[in-house]
Design a protein around this ligand. Structure first.
Ligand code: GLA
Length: 734
């Protein structure tokens, strides 16, 4: 059975190291990392997930299935239908089906029953179901991460008959959605306002998000959190779910009339996008699920560790995340070697470790209307190539990074003039330009090869250390050869990046898409950093980072210091505030350093030095979002042994009372004593004095407090003006 629709992808379902379960697999208990999944899966029956969530020590699938016994309700179906892994139409379930397929409109009533199972210890299971009549086999993967208990699931669909099987929808899996979850946190947004949290209280019917942007999207992030009525950031029952995929997607939570709720996530398919011939297979993207009894931050901590242990490239993980200088907001398309050399000097002076040359260096790219696709150094701007700039960047001790937007082409480009047929399109429809560009069809081998060759040539000639890989439009007509192609296109993008990384093993890659529109666990299998947002407004950035931190650790979330006069919101912020706001993240800057005063450059240099001092803690500690008043944004990183912590608390607006509230730290060892100091800013910003800053000598030798007092009683927040960010360092002593 071969997965023809994943031309460059790998199947997440692998039977190779599994062993047949000798017990006959009627009840399967998977248990690892604090998570329990209990499945009833007797051969010939519909598989039923009796439980998934935090471990119930000592409990087995058999008793959980028994405890789940329900009955048929008068006035309804003659039997109670428990639901199955796919709730397919042939089961008679009233719940939305996780599998919709047919053969030219017939044979749509699939009813998948357990055929076999194979498991590898307590962590991993492959469950195979079949409907011989419909000629469909589904192979379901369950993998529990031993460290975090995060569950990864995915499904492969195989066509067992001669006629084509058309797939309309196949969820990665249908999961029971715990009935204690009264709230959903959805993630919405737009360009320059990504990862906006949208809380939704208990509802009837469906919460559905469909994304057909052809990328992960700004507005429809494929993930959600769930919480019980009293779940808070750091206590209570919570869960997080995410589809590891950078193409079209659909997620839904359905509250059924019978009181249950279910969750499905999967790829949103275009009509006839997946038509399987006999022997062909389709594999869904993975869905990731995580539960915690320690609130929403508890879920995030596990998801972050899961990424570190299972998804991120270990080579990159082992190195410190370098501080960036990015040229975009300093020069836009107005490149000149002399100016860039000056910026490189100034960037190195303030502590940058990597210089990233953004858009504008190639072909005829003097504005956003021309040149995409012509991936050679622009002879008009750089008659001698980039060597002078690259060499100077290296002499200054920085790495060299460069921007590409490989999947895109401007109609005004040599590439398009030569190959107008190389774009994704729908027959009979004139494609609509977006940012003056069209999407190349990477499912065509010649397009894939062209891009590889061009990018590889630049990387090889200049020894490029880093690529900012951009993708700046939605793709409305993702067609190739008359068929929907976004599934194959997404795998082709992954394959292109993978091929480059294999050829250049030290190359780091950032996933950017008009800011944060391609941020997901699928692309993070191939890339090392996310450009979180184009919005460098320091006040707004706190909110964007807070939202993104639900799924992503600070080590991969690009966070840059922008110009004094923010280009997106036109607000003006001090360097002290801008710089502090970028310390918690993968720090960088993106401003014209020549425009900044020498005093502000000195402040910037101190902030970068502070970031480097605490970089291991920021990128390696446990991340917490604090519960704080609306006008504050407070987050912290606590060393895994709780010996040290760094908290950032930004006052973003006026408080409604004359004085602000107390800040309650979290994650500390209640029995330890911590010396608390303010490490940013390095002067007293309190509006009146004396304040807690004087009383506890926070700017000098600090004061020791018990972890309990700091967490339960809390520390008074000083009266400061809005747009002030204080950073506290806590060191355990004695
Ligand atoms: C996108 C990115 C920006 C910048 C521009 C260049 O908008 O998000 O950071 O690279 O493209 O055109």
């Amino acid at each position: 059975m071969h997965d023809t629709h994943t031309s460059h992808g790998h199947s997440p379902v692998s039977d190779s190291d599994s062993v047949e379960n000798p017990e006959g697999f009627a009840f399967i208990t998977l248990r690892a990392g604090g998570t329990l999944v209990a499945i009833e899966a007797a051969k010939g029956t519909r598989p039923f997930i009796a439980y998934c969530g935090p471990d119930l020590p000592g409990s087995a699938a058999e008793e959980l299935a028994l405890l789940s016994t329900r009955q048929h309700a008068p006035g309804g179906a003659a039997q109670h239908l428990r639901g199955s892994l796919m709730n397919e139409l042939g089961t008679g379930s009233s719940a939305p089906s996780g599998f919709v397929g047919h053969r030219s409109g017939k044979m749509w009533a699939t009813d998948l029953r357990v055929a076999s199972s194979a498991r590898d210890g307590e962590c991993s299971l492959i469950l195979t179901c079949e409907d011989a009549h419909a000629g469909v086999r589904t192979v379901h993967k369950f993998e529990l991460d031993e460290v975090t208990g995060v569950l990864t699931t995915g499904t492969r669909v195989e066509n067992l008959q001669t006629s084509p099987l058309s797939l309309e929808w196949c969820a990665s899996l249908t999961l029971p959605f715990d009935d204690r979850f009264e709230r959903i946190l959805g993630f919405s947004g737009r360009w320059s306002s990504e990862f906006q949290i949208e809380p939704i209280d208990k509802f009837s019917g469906s919460y559905v998000r469909e994304n057909k942007a052809g990328r992960t999207s700004h507005d429809c992030f494929p993930g959600l959190f769930a919480g019980a009525a009293h779940t808070s950031e750091n206590s209570g029952f919570a869960a997080g779910f995410h589809l590891a995929w950078s193409g079209n997607s659909k997620l839904r939570v359905d509250r059924l009339p019978d009181g249950r709720a279910i969750l499905q996530m999967g790829e949103m398919l275009f009509p006839a996008e997946i038509d399987l011939a006999q022997g062909e297979a389709y594999t869904t993207p993975d869905m990731v699920a995580c539960w915690s009894k320690d609130g929403f931050s508890g879920v995030s901590q596990k998801l972050h560790r899961y990424l570190e242990g299972n998804v991120f490239d270990k080579r990159i993980e082992a190195r410190p995340r370098k501080v960036h200088y990015n040229t975009w907001e300093a020069v836009y398309f107005d490149h000149s070697e002399a100016r860039l050399l000056d910026l490189a000097e100034k960037a190195a002076e303030v502590g940058a470790e990597r210089f990233v040359l953004d858009d504008g260096w190639f072909g005829g790219r003097r504005n956003d209307q021309t040149g995409l696709g012509d991936w050679w150094v622009s002879p008009d701007v750089y008659p001698d190539g980039l060597h002078t700039l690259v060499n100077r960047v290296r002499e200054l001790g920085m790495e060299f990074g460069i921007w590409f937007e490989p999947e895109m082409v401007n109609p005004d480009s040599d590439l398009f003039r030569k190959h107008p047929d190389w774009v994704l399109h729908a027959d009979g429809v004139e494609p609509i330009e977006s940012r003056h560009q069209l999407t190349l069809d990477l499912t065509r081998q010649e397009v894939f090869d062209y891009l590889y060759e061009k990018i590889d040539a630049v990387v090889s000639e200049y020894g490029v250390d880093y690529i900012k890989w951009d993708m700046n439009r939605d793709t409305q007509y993702p067609g190739s050869n008359g068929r929907g192609a976004m599934h194959r296109q997404t795998h082709a993008v992954y394959a292109l990046i993978a091929k480059l990384r294999a050829a250049h093993p030290q190359l780091e890659i950032e996933s950017c898409s008009s800011g944060g529109a391609r941020a997901d666990y699928g692309v993070l299998r191939h890339t090392d950093r996310i450009w979180t947002s184009d919005n460098n407004d320091a006040r707004h950035r706190h909110q964007i980072m807070r939202g993104a931190s639900h799924f992503f650790p600070l080590s991969v979330l690009g966070n840059h210091i922008g110009p004094r006069h923010c280009h997106i919101t036109h607000r003006i912020f001090s360097m002290e505030f801008r710089a502090a706001s970028a310390i918690f993240g993968h720090m960088g800057m993106e401003l014209d350093l020549a425009e900044e005063t020498p005093e502000d450059r000195a402040v910037l240099a101190r902030a970068i030095a502070l970031h480097k001092t605490y970089r291991d803690l920021i990128h390696g500690g446990d991340f917490y979002r604090l519960e704080a008043a609306d006008y504050l944004n407070a987050v912290g990183c606590v060393a895994q042994d709780k010996s040290e912590a760094l908290f950032s608390c930004a006052q973003l607006d006026l408080q409604p009372t004359t004085l602000p509230a107390r800040l309650r730290f979290v994650g500390l060892d209640s029995a330890k004593r911590y010396r608390v100091k303010l490490v940013w800013p390095d002067r007293d910003k309190s509006v009146s004095s004396p304040s807690i800053i004087d009383a506890a000598d926070l700017l000098e030798s600090g004061t020791r407090f018990t972890g309990t007092a700091l967490m339960e009683h809390g520390m008074q927040f000083p009266l400061v003006m809005p747009d002030t960010c204080l950073i506290y360092h806590l060191q355990a002593e004695g």
